[in-house]
Design a protein around this ligand. Sequence first.
Ligand code: AOF
Ligand code: ZN
Length: 368
Amino acid sequence: MTTPEQHAQVEKLMLHALSLASRGPVTGGNPQVGCVLVNDAGDIVAEGWHHGAGTPHAEVDALTTLGGDAAGLTAVVTLEPCNHHGRTGPCAQALLDAGVSRVVYAVSDPGANSAGGAERLRAGGVEVIAGIAQAEAEEFLHSWLTAARLQRPHVTVKWASTLDGRAAAADGTSQWITGTAARQHVHEQRARADAIVVGTGTVLADDPSLTARGDAGELLESQPQPVVLGRREIPAAAKLRQHPEQLRQFDGRDLNAALSELFEAGIRRVFVEGGPTIASAFIAAGLADELLIYLAPKLLGGPKVALGELGVTTMAEAKDLSITELRPLGNDVLIVARPAPSKTAAAQPAVQHPATEPTVAPATETEA
Ligand code: AOF
Ligand code: ZN
C-alpha cells in the first residue's frame, strides 16, 4: 500500500467503511464503526458494522459475514481494533485468529482499556497502517471521541435568536423565532443526543415536552433522556413528566459533577437547550464543545439576549470560535461553531458561575 494509486484506493475503502459505520446507531455509549475485508485484487469480500452496544464489533461482524477463511485479507476498519474483553472479545485477537495479513484503520482507540490493538496485531505479525482518512473519521466520530477523550459527555449548546442575538421579546414571548425547517432540524438533533438539558426556568416558563418529533409531530424512534438543572420543583403537570424517557434532575450548581454522573450512566452526547443562563454556564465553564445557533431574520432589540454572563470582561477574554458549518434552513440560518483550537476546554480555567436558575434572563423558548 505505498503507491499513490494504492493510497487512493485504500482511502476510498475507508470512506466506504465510514458509510457502513453510519448504519449503526448514533446514540448510546458505543462508537459507530465500519469494516470491510478486501482481497489482494482490491475487491471487497465482506462488510461489517457495529449494530449497537452489546452486539459484535464491526470487525467481528465482517468476519462473520465472510464466514470462511480470511487468510491473506486486508481489514479496513474506521477505528483501531480493540484490545479488551468488554461485552465482546478483543477484535485485534479475532483478526489475528482469522489470519488477516494487513489491518488499516483511521483513528486510534482513545479508550484506556480498549487501546493497544495495533501493537497486539503487529506483535502477531500483521502489517498495520494507521491514519487513513483520519480527518474524515475524526469528524464522523467527533462527539464519541470527545466524550472518550475527556471522560465526560460531548456537549452541544443550542439556541435560536434574532439577528441581533435576542432570544425573546421584551414581554417574554419567544415562540416562534425560527421557522419550521429550523425547528425540524432541532428535532433531528434531539434524536441524535443521549440527553437533553434545560434549566428549571425554561421548564416553568415554556413547559417544553423535550421529545424528538417528526414533521407531523410524531415521536421519533430515538428519544433523548430529559435532564433538568436547577433547584426549583418541576410541576406535577409539566409536559416533561410525560416524556418517554426517565427524567433526571440535578441542582445545577456543579456542571462537571452532573456531566460525570451522566457519563457514568452511559450518556455520551448532551444537547443543551436553554435557557440563556444554562447555556452561558456551560460556555463559561469551557464545557460547550459545539454551538448550534439558529438565526432568524428578525430584530427584537431589548434586554432578552440569548446568552447571559460568560465571565468575559475584556476583548482579550472573548470566547474565540471556529465556524464549522453555515447553512440556510428555510428563511433562517444555522451556524455550527466550535471553540477555536487554542481555547479548548482543557486549556480553560474553571470559571465560577452563578447558580443556574434564570433570574433576570428570560427562559429561552425551547423549540428553536
Ligand atoms: C464498538 N464497536 O465496532 C468497535 C469498538 O463495550 P464493548 O465491549 O462493546 O466495547 C466497546 C469499545 O470497543 C469501544 O469503546 C471502543 O473502544 C472499542 N471498539 N466498539 O462498540 C466496534 N470496533
Ligand atoms: Zn472490538
